[in-house]
Design a protein around this ligand. Sequence first.
Ligand code: SAH
Ligand code: SF4
Ligand code: F3S
Length: 457
Amino acid sequence: MFKPTNGGYMDLTFHVQTFGCQMNKHDSERVTGMLEGLGALAVDTIEEADVVVFMTCCVREAADVRLMGQVSSMKNIPLRPGSPLGKRMVAIGGCIGQRDGEKLFDELPHVDVVFGTNNLASLPSLLEKAITDHVQSAETLEESLAFPTDLPTTREHSWAAWLPITIGCNNFCTYCIVPYVRGREKSRPIEDVVAEASRYVADGVKEITLLGQNVNSYGRDLYGKPRFADVLQAVADTGVERLRFATSHPKDLTDEVISKFATVENLMPALHLPAQSGSNAILKAMHRVYTVEHYLELIAKLRDACPGIALSTDIIVGFPGETEEDFMDTYRLIEQVGYSQVFTFIYSKREGTPAATYEDNTPREVIQDRFDRLRTVVEQGAYDFNQAQAGRVVSVLFEGTSKKEPGIVTGRSPENTTVHAPLPDGLSVQDVSGSVFDVKIEQARTWYLRGEFCSLG
Ligand code: SAH
Ligand code: SF4
Ligand code: F3S
């Protein structure tokens, strides 16, 4: 029988399935790094894996339902031939793991391990216990003991890195479960952030994305200094080719940060600034602490600092009490701003959040209709934004071949738009992946641009 304590993880294969936001994606990179560090082999499918780790999300109900379905259906997938285990190990981590803990074993009896967002590092010992003692083992912690800085990371792409600068959230928007499953906000010391960024740059990373539920409040727990603008500048100074950050809460976006879009050359001209609603009454009920007028002022300042900036946002439709008038305010906000991308969500009631107790009697069809109407204005905005790129030469960081057309390579413009281009003669996909090339844009569609490599001489 397999004994991880004696034999290491050498004969084990594992697969990590990730749901939810970048924070989870980054945590998955840490989980992969940890298991690989112990000698296990990452594989692409559940069928090939001895250990399957689900990194879960519970921000909306659909995510819960999907996870339950996927984990249940795993019972029917046979263990791979040659597996050293008598049974495939199933571990649930991420935000559902944190929220439900060992209660998950009641609903999903074939799950072996549950861990949370504050104790990624416990996964190997929990797995060992489950494998050697044949018992279900769960551990979640109320608070993270330390910033998980020291865990190894295996990045999805060698040329791009997520770099968390804060974990947790103190904002308690009334609809949102995140503060309950990610804990209070903690900032990582700037020296650690810069050291990790410098390591990445030395390693050939082209693009760094600073991460946090609200990067703009960075440093409040570190006696207020340094602030986010300082971190941004310090990471830019490492010389990384492309720098991005997410997410920004409009109430904390300072003029100093906005001015960086004018002065910091390697800060990409793109900002995700979730508005959530265009109605002041709804924003108040959401506890967002800003008004539409303030939000629009920020947009004007951003366009002043960086005229071509690509703005994206999140919108919730059907928050309890949203009237047709409130909805039309949101509609008009989207029309007015002209976003390059809008992520729209139907409000989903999350137990334990304040909004779950609010009276909510708008019929489902009315909300669905509002959601559908938003789609038109969202698509128009994306189309118009992309049209303005036609004829331009843009620098594209390539990621690999297009899923649908193997002869076409795909990457991202500085504005974070997807760009497709035919692979020029004499270059292989490996040559272009992870590198930046100029592309002349010839076609602009709603969700992508298409062009040709500029002369490579
Ligand atoms: N910290 C980030 C993102 C948090 S979750 C921020 O503040 O912007 C990502 C998005 O999910 C949110 O911006 C919000 O639009 C959406 N969301 C969160 N809770 C939701 C809920 N209960 N129902 C529907 N959408 C929700
Ligand atoms: Fe949720 Fe609001 Fe925190 Fe974002 S800022 S994670 S929406 S509570
Ligand atoms: Fe989901 Fe957790 Fe992120 S609930 S959105 S994975 S912080």
